[in-house]
Design a protein around this ligand. Sequence first.
Ligand SMILES: Cc1cc2nc3c(=O)[nH]c(=O)nc-3n(C[C@H](O)[C@H](O)[C@H](O)COP(=O)(O)O)c2cc1C
Ligand SMILES: CC(C)CC(=O)C(=O)O
Length: 432
Amino acid sequence: MTAPVTTTPETAGPETAVPETAVPETTGPATAGPATAGPETAVLTATPGPLRIEDYQDLAQRRLDDQVWDFVEGGAGTERTVDANRCAFARVTLRPRVLVDVSACDTGTELLGAPLATPVGVAPTAYHRLLHPDGEVATALGAGAAGALYVVSVFASRTLEEIAAEAAGPLWLQLYWLRRREVLAGLVERATAAGYRALVLTVDAPQLGRRHRDARNGFAVPAGISAVNLDPALMASAHRSDAGRSALAVHTAEAVDPSVTWADLAWLRARSELPVVLKGILTAEDAVLAVQHGADAIVVSNHGGRQLDGAPASLDALAEVVDAVGAAGCPVLFDGGVRSGADAFAALALGARAVLLGRPVLWGLAADGAAGVAGVLGLATEELAHTMALAGRPALPAVDRSAVVLAPGPAQGPPQGPVHGTAQRTAVGTGL
Ligand SMILES: Cc1cc2nc3c(=O)[nH]c(=O)nc-3n(C[C@H](O)[C@H](O)[C@H](O)COP(=O)(O)O)c2cc1C
Ligand SMILES: CC(C)CC(=O)C(=O)O
């Protein structure tokens, strides 16, 4: 693979002159060049910075090696659950109220005791040094600048301590249930000592989803980038590229214990005082079990369509889970397909306390490091505040079910044929 590139974005069209020093504005408005040029003066039209989250996707695709791009964008099987996550947002209608004072819209919230400037946070994603040389440290800086929660992946490519040293906002640590319990116990201890505020156990990946793009690419983690918080001996298979199979799938099968059950959660609880969050719940039945087993919060997630192909869109599962555990006071977080502040608004209205962004944060990171991460989170938050204003809901408690209608989805369609490398996905959704 090629090294991550850190040059300026190539946003210039053929007849557009871009100053050499142009960098993406984090959330800033378009900056026009001089509009008063006489006949002898060249007209300079600066290209606007990213105006929508997908602008960061375009920037990222130009910078990334095809294999890394496929790893980020891809999903399991036919990728119908990846598509379903986005299509669900296209079925949302917002119900605006008028003549409400929206002169100040407050996106502030609180989660497991921590105040947050925004309910839009960072989902755990592995190996950020694939996207930017500074990896998770840049992500932490960007999240901190946006006042957002950052859930760090157990497969982070910077140490838990390096990340914590740069973080201005709250950090949670995501875990897989490793076969080697002593490694898991060591991670919990380190996270506690470094000031992480919750443990997020991902429960939807007893095996890795069958990701055809990665298998076709023989995708492996390149030398020089590693899950540095794990024992290097545990990482060897993640680096071994074999035609026709994903090294990550091999590595997950080696490292992650697929025999874990609800009964094991007591072991984790006994190891730490930190709140335990379960990520990857999609049904009322499991939500109730989660609360019964002492979960402090739940993340409704289908892993961005990367695990069970055919699982419901996260948005379609949200209300069911909220209804099952709302009375128990268990906060429900959401991820999967959020690409705008209007999408975030819809998930919050359906009962999520916060929404997490997976791929969009990686796009921002690849596009412009910490500034790109802050840009993506800032843009989503700005759009959320804007949606709140136009919907007549100036604070998050007013973003309730009366604010949206989610039309029922069609049964998921038949597979659309083989997924090819660097496949383009169709952009759908509320698309603010
Ligand atoms: C490249 C990539 C790596 C991921 N790594 C992890 C991980 O290490 N742990 C985890 O629990 N989820 C992981 N996820 C899933 C995300 O946490 C999240 O559920 C998903 O990306 C949300 O969907 P979105 O990408 O549409 O926002 C990963 C997702 C992507 C795209
Ligand atoms: C390294 C992978 C197991 C991380 C992950 O959860 C994912 O890619 O979805």
